[in-house]
Design a protein around this ligand. Structure first.
Ligand SMILES: [Zn+2]
Length: 161
C-alpha cells in the first residue's frame, strides 16, 4: 500500500519570506524541494492606499514601514536539470522586522506572503494509475482548497458562506 506524501500545502501555508531568504518549494513535477524564484521575473508594486498613506506620513507617527502594502508576482523554476518545471506565484508585500541592529532597533525588510500558486499545491499525492478524469477533478479540488478550504469539501460544487 502506498503511503501518503506529506501535504505539499504545508510548504506554502502562511509561509512568507524575505527577499534575501532564497527559499525553496516542492516541485509539482519531480516532487523534489528544488523550486527557486527566477530573479528577473520578480515584480513588486505598492498599492494606491499605501502610496497615499506614505505621502501623508509624518515622522512622529512611527516607522513608515508599518503602513506599506504591496503586491508581488514571480516565476519559480525547478533547479533539477532534467525537470526545470515552472510555477507561478502571486501574493502580498508588507514590511516586517527581520532581526535588530546594534542599538536593538528592528531592521524592517520587505516580507512576501504567497496567496496563490499555479499549479496549486497538491493536498495528497495522486496514486499512479488514477484515471485521467479523476486526476482532473482532484486538481480542481486542490485549486478550490487553496482558495477556500470550505468549498473543496462540498461534493456538489456549492460554496458554503
Ligand atoms: Zn522538478
Amino acid at each position: 500500500m502506498e503511503t501518503a506524501m506529506p501535504f505539499e500545502r504545508k510548504a506554502w501555508e502562511s509561509v512568507g519570506f524575505y527577499r534575501g531568504g532564497r527559499p525553496t518549494w516542492p516541485c509539482p513535477n519531480c516532487r523534489a524541494e528544488t523550486m527557486r524564484i527566477v530573479d528577473e521575473s520578480f515584480v513588486v508594486d505598492e498599492t494606491n492606499e499605501s502610496r497615499d498613506a506614505n505621502l501623508a506620513w509624518e515622522p512622529v507617527d512611527g516607522p513608515q514601514e508599518e503602513v506599506y502594502r504591496g503586491r508581488f508576482s514571480c516565476m519559480l523554476r525547478c533547479q533539477t536539470e532534467a525537470c526545470k518545471e515552472p510555477r507561478a506565484v502571486v501574493g502580498t508585500v508588507s514590511y516586517a522586522p527581520a532581526g535588530e541592529d546594534e542599538d536593538g532597533a528592528p531592521n524592517w525588510e520587505q516580507y512576501f506572503l504567497p496567496l496563490y500558486v499555479c499549479p496549486s499545491p497538491a493536498i495528497f499525492q495522486i496514486p499512479a494509475g488514477t484515471p485521467e478524469g479523476v486526476i482532473r477533478e482532484l486538481r480542481r479540488a486542490f485549486r478550490l482548497f487553496w482558495c477556500d478550504p470550505g468549498a473543496a469539501v462540498n461534493g456538489d460544487g456549492s460554496v458554503r458562506s
